[in-house]
Design a protein around this ligand. Structure first.
Ligand SMILES: Cc1cc2nc3c(=O)[nH]c(=O)nc-3n(C[C@H](O)[C@H](O)[C@H](O)COP(=O)(O)OP(=O)(O)OC[C@H]3O[C@@H](n4cnc5c(N)ncnc54)[C@H](O)[C@@H]3O)c2cc1C
Length: 298
């Protein structure tokens, strides 16, 4: 039997889940938020594009958010969700610690995880001078010597865009055989240096100074942009058969962030669109208000 009934269960303390919890709790709804820790927002050293945060980190945003939801009476559990099942009009959420929770509304805010190649020295510079998100950190590459690493044609488009917005000094590195001739011409026209190869190690003591390739070549740089996909944190959803977007990955949702299963909502990186903290928070506010409207018996 489920441990306890709630009006809404929220999985994931991303900005979307936290914001939805604030809104629902301030309608005096019974809300539980379950989070396993970690997450992409906590990895953001500077959230400079979030209104009102001048020198705030993602970790500070999440930690403050958890205190804020608790101050409004939200139950917070540090646990990993392992399953979600439908039981008539309710969702039953099972966790790694063996608890079951039940509610008629469920919000998913579990984001994704970086899917990066293993390159030595990554942790020393990640988020400081090695970046993965143009919308988040492209600005930090302004006027700097930049190396871009990736595997797909998306990486070429990224290099062309970075040149327009941030810096003229770009070297693009991709494995052999990945660059079609027409794309090579585009890079040459924009004076973007292209190298076939694969990174083995990021160099530098305090500051990043370069990238060493597997064939021993060393490229000097001050910043690196990585262009690899990330994987969604959605393995606990297998029993629901939710519809996906055309890419087969992101959850299909409507304008209310509602998935193909009624009363199940998805926020942030789980759905199509830009994975930005402030966008996820806005979605959370919208969904919190929407769920409250549905709970009202008028
Ligand atoms: C290095 C870096 C820098 C960034 N910089 C910026 C920036 O400057 N500006 C900006 O807007 N965005 C930035 N982002 C992106 C941004 O943080 C997120 O994409 C955005 O906040 C949306 O995240 P989310 O809410 O979908 O998920 P997340 O923030 O990843 O949160 C998901 C949460 O769900 C939890 N979770 C996952 N699976 C489970 C499970 N099974 N059970 C329980 N809990 C689970 C995770 O532990 C995590 O706490 C950055 C990201 C990175 C990695």
């Amino acid at each position: 039997m489920p441990e306890q009934d709630y009006d809404c269960i929220i999985i994931g303390a991303g900005p979307g889940g936290l914001q939805a919890a604030i809104h629902l709790a301030r309608f005096n709804r019974r809300v539980i938020l379950i989070d396993q820790g970690g997450g992409r927002t906590r990895h953001a050293l500077h959230l400079e594009n979030y209104l009102g945060l001048i020198a705030g980190s993602g970790k500070a945003l999440v930690d403050t958010g958890i205190k804020q939801i608790q101050s409004f009476g939200v139950t917070f559990r540090h646990d990993q969700v392992s399953s979600v099942q439908r039981d008539h009009d309710f969702f039953v959420v099972g966790t790694g610690k063996g608890a079951d929770y039940r509610a008629p509304y469920l919000i998913l805010s579990t984001g994704g995880a970086e899917n990066l190649p293993r390159i030595m020295g990554m942790n020393r510079f990640f988020g400081r001078s090695i970046f993965t998100c143009v919308d988040c950190d492209g600005y930090h590459t302004t006027g700097k010597k930049l190396v871009i690493l990736g595997r797909s044609l998306q990486t070429v488009r990224l290099a062309l865009a970075m040149k327009q917005m941030f810096t003229p000094n770009i070297t693009l590195v991709m494995p052999a055989g990945r660059l079609p001739d027409d794309h090579a011409e585009l890079l040459a026209e924009d004076e973007i240096r292209f190298i076939e190869g694969e990174a083995e190690e990021f160099l530098g003591d305090g500051e990043l100074t370069g990238v060493k390739l597997t064939d021993g070549r060393q490229l000097s740089c001050q910043v690196v942009m990585l262009s690899y996909s990330y994987i969604l944190n959605d393995s606990f959803l297998t029993e629901l058969s939710l519809q996906r977007e055309a890419d087969g990955k992101k959850l299909a949702t409507d304008h209310n962030c509602e998935t193909s299963t009624k009363n199940l909502f998805a926020l942030g990186a789980l759905r199509a669109g830009n994975a930005q903290a402030i966008i996820a928070a806005g979605q959370g506010a919208m969904v919190g208000i929407e769920i409250n409207q549905r709970l009202l018996e008028l």
